[in-house]
Design a protein around this ligand. Structure first.
Ligand SMILES: Nc1ncnc2c1ncn2[C@@H]1O[C@H](COP(=O)(O)OP(=O)(O)OP(=O)(O)O)[C@@H](O)[C@H]1O
Length: 245
């Protein structure tokens, strides 16, 4: 069974077609990259997967559940991280993780918090207030929060945008390990092409609300006759694509 199965998803805001006829699947244990320039429709797609926005048309199944009818069963086994969603600032890191852990009814919560503190190097930050952390430290806390319920699907919006290269590498390794150990699927919206090349088995290229191309990073690079995924991205975004067929 696919972890995500999206068919013909469509969403407009007034005259703006934010997402149009989008279909894709993500298998367990894989990472799928959602790429596209500003306004391509990535966040709108993720918001519909989370049940925050209702589609105008199309169907979404997550972990076998139809999100239109049965979304709470799926949401309990999903999680999400975005730098645009702030954690409660006046709570300490530990309190934040505890609040989210209770929301998800995490068994043996204190043990889970210790595991995540170790995996994301948060031990020294547990008693600090979330609002007093640097952007990179907040990002690590947000990622720990995203794994608190041991999700089978993680939706990540720019997970390493504010991290230094060393910490970003450490976090990517942690995400890969979690995915490979648990069989979780990851949908990753990112503007970091090196990250996408490293983590993603499949890439969806969005433009103007549509998926305009898809494939493995290596397959897309070969098909467009470019040196790396960044050049493929630029060719598609600028409309100068000339595929090597
Ligand atoms: N709440 C909203 N009301 C009106 N228009 C919206 C709303 N949300 C998104 N849009 C429009 O829908 C389109 C897709 O936006 P979306 O946020 O999904 O893009 P994105 O790919 O996530 O972009 P970015 O990389 O800039 O985050 C854009 O034209 C945007 O202006």
């Amino acid at each position: 069974m696919d972890t995500i199965n999206v068919e013909n998803l469509t969403k407009s805001f007034g005259a703006v077609r934010a997402v149009e006829g989008v279909s894709f699947r993500v298998a367990p244990g894989t990472t799928c990259g959602l790429l596209g320039g500003n306004g391509a429709g990535k966040t709108t797609t993720i918001s519909m997967l989370l049940g925050i926005l209702a589609p105008d048309a199309g169907a979404i199944r997550v972990l076998g559940h139809d999100m239109a009818r049965d979304r709470f069963a799926a949401l309990a086994r999903m999680n999400y991280s975005s730098p645009y969603v702030a954690l409660p600032m006046r709570l300490t890191v530990e309190e934040n993780l505890r609040v989210y852990g209770h929301l998800y009814n995490v068994p043996q919560l204190e043990r889970r918090i210790r595991e995540l503190a170790r995996d994301f190097d948060l031990e020294a930050l547990l008693r600090r207030k979330a609002g007093a952390l640097s952007a990179g430290q907040k990002t690590r806390v947000a990622l720990a929060k995203a794994l608190i319920n041991r999700p089978a699907l993680i939706l990540l919006d720019e997970p390493t945008a504010s991290l230094d290269p060393d910490t970003a590498d450490y976090v990517r390794t942690g995400l890969e390990r979690y995915r490979d150990e648990t069989g979780a699927a990851i949908l990753l919206a990112s503007h970091n092409m090196a990250e996408v090349e490293r983590l993603c088995a499949e890439v969806l290229m969005m433009k103007g609300g549509r998926i305009v191309d898809r494939g493995t990073p290596a397959g897309l690079i070969a098909r467009y006759g470019r040196g790396d995924l960044e050049q493929v991205f630029l060719a598609i975004a600028r409309g100068t694509e000339s595929r090597a067929s």
